[in-house]
Design a protein around this ligand. Structure first.
Ligand code: PEP
Length: 251
């Protein structure tokens, strides 16, 4: 059985004080959340504080992006090794905001996946279609293209060492959630795509849903057979909401 995973994506939110308060709330509430794996992906600058506060708890942490390079003259970049220096476990790769605002191509995302794994990080690979793509009926083509780029570059076994997050772009931060049926359909498609390369990887790989998941809709989404947890943006910024989503993921 796949262990559910709930990962918070704080994006570029918070201050040192608000991060400390949020982590304090998560630490005191997480005791009741036991079967799901839980993580928060913090802005780089707050990762040291996150490590200090979460060390020794059941909550893991990670980054929201990573460089393809190991070190050198890459101003503003953060390497995978730097993230592991602060005991990061996860890193989000290919989030739609990075694809849209930073021009990240499928090929670059695949290179980032490789760099993350090489340092021992668990990549959370984001895939998903825009509203225009959904309305044009090309959701599966888009998701297949994004996934195949990583499978072809890294090999299916390496992909199986990561996590996939299906995040329909039209549902991110909009309050519009994919219905459980809509989400399940794409999750099943993703699992089928993995299975075409390796049934074992398809069976073992966690596929998270992301896009306005919150305490009200989490249980219904996570009851779907191919939804193994969530990547949570807005609702991860309030300890009570995030913990409620984590509880909904318990099996
Ligand atoms: C995200 O950005 O990964 C996300 C899922 O955001 P939200 O939950 O706010 O839609």
């Amino acid at each position: 059985m796949r262990q559910p995973l709930v990962a918070g994506n704080w994006k570029m939110n918070g201050s040192r004080a608000s991060v400390s308060e949020l982590l304090g709330g998560l630490k005191s509430g997480i005791g009741a959340v036991n079967t799901a794996e839980v993580a928060v992906c913090a802005p780089f600058i707050y990762i040291p504080d996150t490590q200090m506060q979460l060390d020794g708890t059941a909550i893991k942490w990670g980054g929201q992006d990573v460089s393809t390079h190991e070190s050198g003259a890459y101003t503003g970049e953060i390497s995978a090794q730097m993230l592991t220096d602060f005991a990061c476990h996860f890193v989000i790769i290919g989030h739609s905001e990075r694809r849209a605002y930073h021009g990240e191509s499928d090929a670059l995302v695949a290179e980032k996946f490789t760099a993350a794994r090489a340092a021992g990080l668990v990549p959370i690979l984001c895939v998903g279609e825009t509203l225009d793509e959904r309305e044009r009926g090309v959701t599966e083509q888009v998701v297949a293209r994004q996934l195949d780029a990583v499978i072809e570059h890294c090999g299916i076994d390496l992909v199986g060492e990561g996590v996939v997050a299906y995040e329909p772009v039209w549902a991110i931060g909009t309050g519009k959630t994919a219905s459980p049926e809509q989400a399940q359909e794409v999750h099943a498609f993703i699992r089928g795509r993995l299975a075409a390369n390796s049934q074992a990887v398809a069976d073992a790989t966690r596929v998270l849903y992301g896009g306005s998941m919150n305490p009200k809709n989490a249980a219904e989404l996570m009851a779907q057979p191919d939804i193994d947890g969530g990547l949570i943006g807005g609702a991860s910024l309030k300890a009570d909401d995030f913990l409620a989503v984590c509880k909904a993921a318990n099996r």
